[in-house]
Write a protein that binds this ligand. Structure first.
Ligand SMILES: [Zn+2]
Length: 63
């Protein structure tokens, strides 16, 4: 199984946030959405979740 990674450094933001969240896609979408709401002041909307989901990358597993 490939885990997904949400990396705040990839998200243009006024805050220099370096948080990364990894796990199964649904877990990451949930956690990253909650993070965006609580830390970045976003609103929890379907649009935000779609943005979060679109920004996910496959976790790079060291060879
Ligand atoms: Zn962040």
């Amino acid at each position: 199984m490939t885990r997904k990674v949400a990396d705040c450094r990839n998200t243009p933001s006024v805050m220099n946030c370096t948080l990364t969240i990894s796990g199964e896609e649904e877990e990451v979408v949930l956690a990253a959405t909650e993070h965006a709401v609580s830390v970045h002041g976003h609103e929890d909307t379907p649009e935000l979740r779609a943005e979060v989901r679109a920004s996910l990358e496959d976790e790079k597993v060291p060879a």
